[in-house]
Design a protein. Structure first.
Length: 256
């Protein structure tokens, strides 16, 4: 449990505390290892291999996380698949800020338990797509709001996962209740952390705006890739391959 929340956990009631402990136990699957050695991705092929490996690892971890969440396990199979397909790219995008060096503009991507690869942001300038500008702006925005507080990232992941606005869900009200619960816990956490109702409300609204920006960023990425796939069934596109790989992995790994 993060040191920030350890200092205030006793200010929550028993129900809130149990909910947070269960969440943090599940989100622990998403932590990256401490890396001992890093190399650098210098070529298109290197970058593709790194991003493919990263998407593989993160997809597996997201599914592991969900398998340990009681509220998720209680959903019907169709709703589980819909929520995972929609939230997986968004969660991966959110987590990208954790391994990004803002001064050098590169990610340090874990490829196994000890080794990582430096992946420059300018790799996203390829093919005249505007992911570079959009993703960079999102990371700058979220960095200013989460301020290295992993408890906030954990709560945001749960809010992203239980999004009742996904199309074709069978039990929207149940999912809406879960999302509202995690939104409430986020508000309570901010209020206790900052010891100010007005400050917590302002920060909560800014975090919700970050999620709107995240949805836009991910939607832009997927829409661009979908258009490329429609225009060319076999596009020579890094992004098309990565997004296709993410959805392929979800189908392959999903054994809930």
């Amino acid at each position: 449990m993060a040191s920030v929340i350890r200092n205030i956990i006793f200010n929550f009631n028993e129900l809130e505390t149990n909910k947070l402990r269960h969440l943090f136990t599940s989100t622990a699957y998403m932590r990256d290892p401490v890396l001992k050695k890093t190399s650098k991705a210098d070529t298109y092929t290197d970058a593709f291999n790194v991003l493919q490996t990263r998407s593989d690892i993160k997809c597996r971890k997201i599914i592991q996380m969900c398998k340990t969440m009681a509220q998720f396990k209680e959903l019907c199979e169709d709703d589980k698949i819909i929520l995972l397909k929609a939230s997986c790219p968004e969660i991966i995008c959110l987590l990208s800020v954790l391994t990004f060096n803002f001064e050098g503009e590169f990610w340090t991507v874990a490829i196994d338990s000890e080794n990582g690869v430096m992946l420059p942001l300018n790799v996203l300038k390829w093919e005249n797509l505007n992911f570079y500008v959009i993703l960079k702006q999102f990371m700058i925005t979220i960095k200013g709001e989460y301020d290295s507080d992993m408890s906030l990232i954990d709560l945001l992941m749960a809010i992203i996962l239980f999004n009742p606005n996904r199309p074709d869900l069978k039990h929207k009200e149940i999912i809406k209740l879960q999302q509202k619960t995690y939104m409430y816990l986020l508000q309570r956490y901010l209020e206790l952390k900052h010891n100010s109702k007005s400050e917590s409300e302002t920060r909560f609204l800014r975090l919700m705006n970050c999620l709107n920006e995240l949805y836009f960023t991910t939607h832009n990425m997927i829409s661009t890739v979908s258009e490329a796939l429609n225009n060319n069934p076999r596009p020579e596109s890094l992004y098309a391959e990565i997004i296709a790989r993410i959805f392929h992995n979800l189908q392959e790994y999903l054994n809930l």
